[in-house]
Design a protein around this ligand. Structure first.
Ligand code: SAH
Ligand code: SF4
Length: 423
């Protein structure tokens, strides 16, 4: 097999082998800190996947493959534009790159897309894709999902940040997945690229797009995979590429308090917080991270969130669970908390989306209306979210991949069989 990179500087750099390269060092006095490049593994065929590399890493990848620094800078700019503005995955279509350079790139690099296992369309137009990762070092793959929700005035892509989730919120199907892995920046940004492919939205231009908004509300807790989410979102926001405004991106967290300030400072996207309860007792039960970071601490982090103001409000998500968190008293308490912390806030009431074996039921429509009215009457917006894509299990909290629906015993049996087959 041809492995042109195996002995190159890039390979050593990616494998963190000793190297004297000084251009990886932070530049003293630089007002914008130079990010430290991370470890990237070449694929099984020895080529490096350029999708999801930061601008700096893309340039480094070319430079360490023996391109002159000036050349590397120029080529990186061109390649970046082709990848993120034009959606091109084939180097031979990059017309401003010479015919001799194109195969050179092809030999060393690849521009990937996540593998689509299944694509479904709901009766309400919502679309869901089941995606599969590349083979990992154990020869396994993992599945994750993304959802596109078209509306009259916008189109929202719900992006996953992890395969599964470690947090086990009791009303969330994703939280019952046993296997969890962080998605890479390439896999996160790859979801947006794939959606653009499917919607036929290349080249990238801000007018007339179907995909207008992104919410980090798919599988996983984005603040437990912060670096990868940040790098992916920076690519999504880059003006010479996908060019989506940070005002059109919302990151939802269950309340990973220590990471919230960094999210505000480093990506400055809209913040949504999965509050779901106003007392310690109930929140401890339904959102277990509350035992670590309590409601007061969480609301203080919201008050301190950089960039939140009346024009950019923090969204509090509140899932409506029958006889659990849906009383009028709890609505009044929610208003009190928001006012006490002087939060520029809106509340999003989410009717509970059921899944097989879920321990809760959805509140009645009358109860939800009454809860909403109390909050509206206090001058805080509290719309009731219309569930979308329930028939294809695409609604909030319903994402759980089929492979994970197998029992533990079944997975163990398969692993044993695989082991036996390997001899
Ligand atoms: N992990 C992040 C983002 C993903 S979940 C978070 O928890 O914020 C996106 C939203 O869907 C969260 O508000 C989550 O609490 C909510 N959700 C989870 N399961 C749900 C269900 N079964 N019905 C309705 N909403 C649910
Ligand atoms: Fe994880 Fe969010 Fe589901 Fe909780 S609601 S288990 S944090 S994905």
């Amino acid at each position: 097999m041809d492995r042109p990179l195996a002995k190159s500087r890039l390979f050593r750099y990616m494998m963190r082998m000793p190297d004297t390269a000084t251009n990886l060092m932070p530049i003293p006095g630089h007002f914008d800190p130079v990010p430290v490049p991370r470890e990237f593994k070449p694929r099984a065929d020895g080529r490096i996947d350029l999708l999801g590399l930061t601008k700096m890493d893309l340039r480094m990848a070319l430079e360490t493959s023996q391109l002159e620094p000036k050349q590397a800078k120029l080529r990186a700019k061109q390649v970046w534009h082709w990848i993120y503005n034009r959606g091109v995955t084939d180097f031979s279509l990059m017309t401003d790159i010479s015919k001799t350079m194109q195969p050179w790139l092809e030999q060393r690099f690849v521009i990937s897309r996540p593998e689509v296992v299944e694509a479904q369309v709901s009766t309400d137009g919502t679309r869901k894709w089941l995606l599969r990762s590349d083979l990992d070092s154990n020869g396994g793959t993992q599945d994750y999902e993304m959802v596109f929700i078209p509306d009259a005035d916008r189109g929202t892509l719900c992006v996953s940040s992890q395969v599964g989730c470690t947090l086990n919120c009791r009303f969330c199907h994703t939280g019952t997945m046993r296997l969890v892995r962080n998605l890479t920046p390439g896999e996160i940004v790859g979801q947006v690229m794939l959606a653009r492919d499917a919607l036929g939205e290349w080249p990238s231009q801000p007018e007339g797009r179907m995909l207008t908004n992104i919410v980090m509300m798919g599988m996983g807790e984005p603040l437990y995979n912060f670096d990868n989410v940040r790098d992916a979102l920076k690519i999504v926001m880059d003006g010479d590429g996908l060019g989506l405004s940070r005002r059109r991106i919302t990151l939802s967290t269950s309340g990973v308090v220590p990471m919230m300030a960094r999210a505000g400072e480093e990506i400055s996207v809209n913040l949504a917080v999965s509050l779901h309860a106003v007392t310690k007792e109930v929140r401890d039960e339904i959102v277990p991270i509350n035992r670590k970071y309590g409601i007061e601490e969480l609301l203080q982090a919201c008050a301190d969130y950089p960039g939140a103001n009346n024009a950019r409000r923090i969204t509090f998500e509140y899932v409506m669970l029958r006889d659990k968190n849906d009383s009028d008293d709890e609505a009044h308490e929610l208003v009190r908390l928001i006012k006490d912390y002087q939060l520029p806030a809106k509340v999003n009431l989410i009717p509970f989306n059921p899944w097989p074996g879920a321990p809760y039921e959805c509140s009645t429509p009358e109860r939800i209306k009454s809860f909403s009215n109390i909050i509206f009457d206090a001058g805080i917006s509290a719309p009731i979210r219309t569930p979308r894509g329930r028939d294809i299990d695409a609604a909030c909290g319903q994402l759980k991949t089929a492979s994970e629906k197998q029992s533990r015993a079944e997975l163990d049996r398969q692993a044993e069989e695989k082991q036996a087959a390997l001899g």
